[in-house]
Design a protein around this ligand. Structure first.
Ligand code: AR6
Length: 176
């Protein structure tokens, strides 16, 4: 499902973040050590191969809200942007830290001349952020950042669960 906002295309798809070959960058819901883990980080590192963890090691640890960028190794993309989301109920203020993830990832993408970025739903798995609240923060932050973006023109949300996908579709439909 696609939503056009001026020059920006926002899109929600049901799928796997590690299988988005038409996107220049994908975003990792990383751990502080930037190492393979479960969920998104596991899928991305498995598909990228061991070179990704090797490249990332000198950039770790990162703080909640921070974003760093690496090559994509054996993934079909050019870059991976690694964001550390807040652990719900622990890293505070969690709404601001989650917003920082989306803001920092998009600013980094713009600086690197990246025109298309695919995001997973950061913090909504192992880190326990309630899905609806996290979706509102993601979309609100992106709407705030869009006017500053000079290069990014396509933002895709890749949702693993069918229900999660439907939440994004509902929210995107309502955007003006
Ligand atoms: N593609 C897209 N979305 C996915 C995929 C996938 N392949 N796999 C899971 N999701 P999570 P977090 C969804 O746990 O909450 C890791 O172990 C999932 O259903 O990947 O930020 C790291 O090592 C959920 O909605 O990220 C960290 O320690 C969302 O992606 C920690 O988990 C995020 O789930 C990060 O936790």
């Amino acid at each position: 499902m696609k939503k056009q906002l001026g020059e920006m295309t926002l899109e929600a798809v049901h799928g796997d973040i590690a299988n988005q070959p038409d996107m220049k960058a994908i975003v990792n819901a990383a751990n502080a050590e930037l190492m393979p883990g479960g969920g998104v980080a596991g899928a991305i590192h498995r598909a990228a191969g061991p070179g990704l963890a090797e490249e990332c090691r000198p950039m770790a640890p990162i703080e909640p809200g921070e974003a760093v960028i690496s090559g994509a190794h054996q993934l079909p993309n050019t870059y991976v942007i690694h964001c550390l989301g807040p652990v719900y109920g622990m890293d505070k203020p969690e709404n601001k830290l989650l917003a920082e993830c989306y803001r920092n990832a998009l600013q980094l993408a713009d600086e690197k001349q990246i025109d298309s970025v695919a995001f997973p739903a950061i913090s909504t798995g192992a880190f326990g952020y309630p899905f609806d609240a996290a979706t509102d923060i993601a979309l609100q932050t992106i709407l705030e950042v869009i006017p500053d973006l000079k290069v990014v023109r396509h933002i895709r949300f890749v949702l693993f669960g069918e229900e999660d996908f439907e939440v994004y579709v509902g929210r995107l439909r309502r955007l003006k």
